[in-house]
Design a protein around this ligand. Structure first.
Ligand SMILES: [Zn+2]
Length: 502
């Protein structure tokens, strides 16, 4: 269908508003149901459209308003040509009223609505009230609205749109046919943005479109607004998007992921150092890394399943970390093992405490920058005697020693709480640390922890490692994959399948 001209001074997102159900990006279940309802003349009196911003709620409401009043509807679609359609499109129709629930005038408009609502619309079948951000209405306005909803005149249709359906009173909800608009998959946003760019004569790199789509977070409107902002400079490159949005560089993210998969601690640590020196947001970087790992899983590379999961956990942990950089570095070491060529002889030396204790003191510094490590952890590892005499918490002393010997085990224990009662050392891992917990149960790791605990806590009867999450038999590989996909980005794998049949 023809687009409104650029000369009209409208923004891209206004000009590209869908005008028919078939033009709506995604939301197929919603638009199909509505289109059929129009075609069969089975319209409800009140609809509730819920979903995040920028996914098409208001656009669909307007299409529905036209379709309901169109003089020549085509299989439930508005013709957009007849007098009624044109009048509504130009905003001159008195039969389609849009109310912004967030505005102060809400209550006045609802009062006015109650007065008008009984009049049969002039020249149209339905009077349609579109109330945006309906959850923002005051209690008073809701009460006024409810009186109308209880006995709706046959010629009235209400369409409520909201980003927060849980804030809409149940008395109102129960009178509505509800539709949930889902976030739009990145792939569809990317395709749409490329299509728009082509039509608008904007040179847009494929990778730039991908970045815009990712940044839009499921909102097509946000993507369109971004495109418009970026297009002012002529050609839109991935570098520009990265720069303007402060996004992580994709090549850098991919390099980091490869380093983790290949257990190249040195390369991964260098990336972190580089990011930190440029003042980049490590959390955003991890988020991007998790998203890229998800893409690899979808492409069939199962090596990324545990990694994607770990990256997400890590992203959440970073917000609570005292030093984000240190936290990330320790995690890299736990994932990759010590950097190759390191002076550490971790696994072997960790075994026999009697022999290792004296060696530890003289242990050469590791290539992992020791400064932040020392800032957070108690300084030097202690021998058995020292630990017993020291006022220092034996748990912290033990972790510090482990950090030197087997950094990965220290990382597994770092989020845990420890308690010594009657000779039993209980180590509790919080719910989000299942991976840590499972890793600690590896016989080799457990033996090492036991050994170290004996050394730092003195005579110990038993070691009890617990996880505070729900115990079950543990997810299968397939369940894990689903879990990862679910945690990562809603129903991405399912959407992938849907897109394939499109
Ligand atoms: Zn029409």
């Amino acid at each position: 269908m023809e687009r409104l001209k650029r000369a009209e001074g409208l923004s891209i997102y206004r000009r590209w508003r869908p005008q028919r159900f078939s033009e709506v990006v995604d939301q197929r279940l919603v638009v199909e149901t509505l289109r059929r309802a129009v075609a069969q003349g089975k319209l409800a009196h009140a609809y509730l459209f819920s979903g995040q911003r920028g996914v098409g709620k208001t656009s669909v409401a307007r299409i529905l308003a036209r379709a309901a009043n169109c003089l020549a509807p085509q299989d439930g679609e508005p013709c957009n040509e007849c007098e009624n359609c044109r009048r509504i499109l130009s905003g001159r129709s008195l039969n389609v009223v849009e109310i912004d629930g967030a505005s102060n005038r809400g209550i006045d408009q609802i009062r006015k609505l109650r007065e008008e609502v009984s009049y049969v619309p002039a020249g149209a079948r339905y009077k349609v009230y579109i109330i945006d951000e309906v959850h923002m209405l005051t209690g008073e306005a809701f009460n006024a609205l409810l009186k109308t909803l209880e006995e709706p005149p046959p010629h009235v249709i209400f369409i409520f749109a909201t980003t927060e359906p849980h804030k809409v009173p149940p008395t109102v909800l129960s009178r509505c046919q509800a539709f949930e608009f889902s976030p739009i998959p990145e792939r569809l946003i990317q395709e749409k943005v490329l299509e728009i760019a082509q039509e608008e004569g904007i040179e847009l790199e494929e990778e730039a479109a991908e970045l815009i789509a990712r940044r839009a977070g499921g909102s097509l409107r946000d993507a369109e607004v971004l495109l418009e902002q970026l297009a002012h400079g002529g050609r839109v490159t991935a570098d520009q998007v990265v720069e303007l949005l402060g996004l992580p560089n994709l090549a850098e993210v991919d390099g980091f992921l490869s380093a983790l998969i290949e257990k190249d601690a040195k390369a991964a640590l260098e990336t972190v150092e580089d990011l930190a020196s440029r003042g980049r947001d490590l959390g955003l970087f991890l988020e991007e890394a998790a998203a890229r790992a998800r893409d690899r899983i979808i492409d069939g590379d199962t090596r990324f399943i545990p990694l994607a999961r770990r990256l997400l956990e890590l992203r959440a942990e970073l917000t609570r970390a005292i030093s984000q950089r240190l936290h990330l570095e320790v995690e890299i070491l736990s994932l990759c093992g010590p950097p190759k060529g390191s002076a550490m002889k971790a696994k072997e030396t960790g075994r026999k405490p009697q022999e290792t204790a004296p060696q530890l003191v003289k242990a050469e510094p590791t290539p992992l920058e020791p400064k932040p490590v020392q800032a957070e952890k108690p300084a030097s590892p202690k021998t058995e005697g020292e630990a017993a005499q020291s006022k220092e918490d034996p748990w912290n002393a033990m972790l510090a020693a482990m950090l030197e010997e087997r950094a990965s085990v220290a990382a597994f224990l770092a989020p845990a709480k420890a308690e010594l009662t009657d000779g039993v050392l209980t180590i509790r891992l919080p719910e989000e640390c299942r991976f840590h917990y499972e890793s600690l149960l590896e016989p080799d790791v457990r033996a090492y922890v036991e050994e170290m605990a004996q050394r730092f806590f003195g005579a110990l009867l038993a070691l009890d490692i617990r996880w505070e999450g729900k115990e079950d038999e543990g997810p299968s590989l397939e369940e894990r994959a689903q879990l990862v996909a679910k945690t990562l980005e809603g129903k991405i794998i399912k959407e992938e399948t849907d897109a394939g049949t499109r």
